[in-house]
Design a binder for this molecule. Structure first.
Ligand code: C5P
Length: 415
């Protein structure tokens, strides 16, 4: 796991919005990376998450009141903001963004934000019409001009039932942004974006291969790993197109999503997204599709005999991208899910398909990798086999993205 946040103090300001529930997970994610987390909960924030949950997860007192004698006697608002290495505002409501842009200091959160001399990262979260409002757009620009860092918002289903921009970035995207800011801090450099100017295509999720208008062949891939890789590459500054089969993952922010169903559509979307410097094929593409999808729903014919499904092989997207004659992405990474002789099989897959790296994992019975949160992988390159420890899929993603960034820096120098 990335060590950037180890020993750092984060002051997390939770303002009012349904996305505040994600901030509870954010506390966990920051703490599992070794950061100390202190929280300020606004009045609005306390309508959505309880001080007790925040205190229990952060293992610290929760600060809520500007004029609390107890808080002020134990820790003044100046100390609160100065003792942090980074202030994170998540969710950043339209109201709090407006206060920050105007320099108001009429509650603890806004006062701490005005009193700080530390970097501030904010994660906007609001209804899409509020986000699109000229006043919010103006405030957002002011905050960026003032040198604050923003992460998100992403697109997708909003808690209010509408769909659009305004969804708070996922906790791990906020963590990645915080790591970038902290990593950039000592030299006073802007947020580290080693993949800035690089284009990446990431495939993710399963494919659905139609049998007839209502039935299809599919697999159990959740898209967790592929989506996390797309988010991690975008977090390092790459311009990412995520070609995704049907899935229930939230759309990562700052990533262009191409939703597809079949392997043929996935290949076409990948080809349309070229040129690219990086291709990561994490999708579980169906090996076969049904020859000649039935135009009408297939019916039982009363004979008791099941219909025969004729299967034909799908295009291999990884092999196609790896073996392109002109315009091949300069780094093509595949995945290999194996149930036995994991490294041996993955090594031969790497040469057979012609990709540069393979991320190999054991998906044998009992490993619970498919659909699960953790993964134990080996990174296989032409020269080496790296055995990575068991880690959450998002940590596999950030580690892989970092390796990809290092590869480009080593081969082509930094941008
Ligand atoms: O051959 P196998 O399915 O084990 O290969 C896995 C790797 O190949 C993964 O990176 C997967 O995304 C990719 N693949 C592909 N198109 C296919 C089959 C697999 O891109 N039709």
């Amino acid at each position: 796991m990335n060590q950037t946040l180890t020993g750092k103090n984060i002051l997390l300001i939770i303002s009012g919005g349904i996305a505040a529930y994600k901030s509870l997970d954010l506390i966990r994610r920051l703490k599992e990376r070794g950061a100390g987390v202190r929280c300020v909960l606004t009045g609005g924030g306390a309508q959505f998450v309880t001080p007790l949950s925040v205190a229990a997860l952060s293992e610290e007192a929760v600060f809520q009141d500007l004029f609390s004698l107890k808080d002020e006697s134990e820790m003044g608002h100046i100390r609160l903001s100065r003792e942090a290495d980074l202030l994170v505002v998540a969710p950043a409501s339209a109201d709090l963004m407006a206060k920050m842009a105007a320099g108001l200091a009429n509650d603890l959160a806004s006062t701490v934000l005005l009193a700080t001399d530390k970097p501030v990262l904010f994660a906007p979260a609001m209804n899409t019409v509020m986000w699109d409002h000229p006043a919010t757009k103006r405030n957002y620009r002011i905050l960026l001009d003032d040198g604050l860092h923003a992460v998100g918002p992403g697109q997708g289903d909003l808690a209010c039932g509408e769909v659009g921009a305004g969804r708070m970035s996922e906790p791990l995207e906020i963590v990645a942004a915080a790591e970038n800011i902290i990593a950039g801090q000592p030299t006073g450099q802007p947020v580290a974006a080693p993949l800035k100017g690089r284009r990446a295509i990431v495939t993710s999720g399963p494919t659905y291969e139609a049998i007839d208008p209502v039935r299809y062949l599919a697999n159990r891939s959740s898209g967790k790993q592929g989506h996390a890789i797309a988010a991690a590459l975008a977090g390092l500054g790459a311009e990412v197109v995520l070609v995704a089969g049907p899935n229930n993952q939230p759309d990562p922010s700052r990533v262009t999503i191409r939703n597809i169903e079949s392997a043929a559509q996935m290949l076409a979307a990948c080809e349309a997204a070229l040129p690219a410097d990086i291709a990561v094929c994490a999708a579980a593409v169906a090996d076969w599709r049904v020859a000649g999808e039935a135009e009408q729903k297939m019916k039982k014919d009363g004979s008791g005999r099941p219909p025969a499904l004729n299967l034909v092989e799908n295009p291999d997207i990884l092999a196609t991208l790896s073996q392109m004659n002109g315009g091949r992405p300069s780094l093509v990474v595949g995945f290999a899910a194996e149930t036995e002789k994991v490294v041996d099989h993955a090594q031969s897959k790497r040469t057979r398909k012609g990709c540069d790296w393979i991320v190999a994992n054991d998906v044998g019975t009992g490993t619970r990798v498919m659909g699960g949160d953790e993964n134990t992988v080996h990174l296989i390159t032409a020269a080496d086999v790296e055995n990575w420890p068991k880690m959450p899929k998002d940590a596999v993603a950030t580690t892989l993205a970092k390796r990809i960034a290092d590869h480009f820096i080593n081969h082509f120098g930094s941008e």
